[in-house]
Design a protein around this ligand. Structure first.
Ligand SMILES: C[S@@+](CC[C@H](N)C(=O)[O-])C[C@H]1O[C@@H](n2cnc3c(N)ncnc32)[C@H](O)[C@@H]1O
Length: 231
């Protein structure tokens, strides 16, 4: 196994590889649970110490602190800690991995956050929540490589973001790696995201961002902020 490849059983190693993992997980939920079980959070290949790119876009929405904010595929991200520090009071963290959300919940210990274990490509719980003012996705959508998964994701997003609400999507860009966490990824340009969101949404801002993994490896992202048009 190369140094960059992902062995989710290899404790302490940074896990966001350049080659696909073909032999471990029997299903995706187990795959992600194992990733969170087998590595300290700060060694995960997607762990961020600098959340400025996302937080700057959140600030640009000018939403008030009681806005309903959904972080999909939140994992155990410290973005939730930062949003609480900034005064936001109505947060939802969802993920396929109950292990990740349990870690997040145990760390945060806040009544301002609801936790939902749900599959974004086959949602049974997020479909039932009230609409949200802001949908945040960092490094989740790019794992949906099949048309039907992408369609389900965007259908859910479009149905759950309120009119005049916002969407932040931060995904591997076209120069990014083709594999992450042992899984193939589908990379995006700004224009591809514009097309996926369609005419109901207007692009407000986009920028390229170089993320450095805990191992020091570079992973280029595209960040976008959209607003859902009113009537
Ligand atoms: C690379 S991690 C990013 C986590 C977090 N957004 C961050 O930036 O730290 C991808 C996350 O997506 C979650 N995920 C993968 N497939 C999913 C699905 N089908 N539905 C919901 N979450 C999913 C994983 O469990 C994992 O927590």
């Amino acid at each position: 196994m190369s140094e960059n490849s992902c062995n989710i059983n290899d404790k302490g190693k940074s896990c966001c590889s350049t080659s696909a993992n073909t032999n471990t997980a029997t299903n995706l939920q187990e795959h992600w649970n194992n990733a969170y079980l087998n590595s300290p959070e700060e060694k995960l290949g997607w762990f961020e110490t600098d959340l400025t790119p996302t937080l700057n876009l959140v600030t640009k929405t000018n939403l008030n602190k009681s806005a309903r904010i959904l972080n999909v595929g939140a994992g155990s991200t410290t973005l939730i800690d930062e949003l609480i520090k900034l005064g936001y009071t109505d947060l939802i963290a969802s993920d396929l991995s109950e292990v990740a959300l349990e870690k997040l919940k145990n760390r945060i210990k806040s009544t301002k956050v609801d936790y939902l274990v749900d599959d974004l490509t086959k949602s049974t719980k997020l479909t039932k929540i009230e609409n949200v003012d802001l949908w945040i996705d960092r490094a989740v959508l790019h794992f949906f490589t099949k048309n039907n998964e992408q369609d389900a994701y965007f259908e859910l997003l479009k149905s759950k973001v309120t009119k005049n609400g916002f969407v932040i999507l931060a995904e591997y860009n076209l120069d990014g790696a083709t594999v992450c966490a042992g899984l193939p990824v589908y990379r995006y340009s700004k224009d591809m995201l514009v097309e996926k969101l369609g005419r109901e949404f207007e692009l407000l801002e986009s920028f390229e961002y170089m993320y450095y993994m805990p191992s020091g490896a570079k992973r280029p992202y595209i960040y976008t902020l959209f607003v859902k048009k009113g009537q």
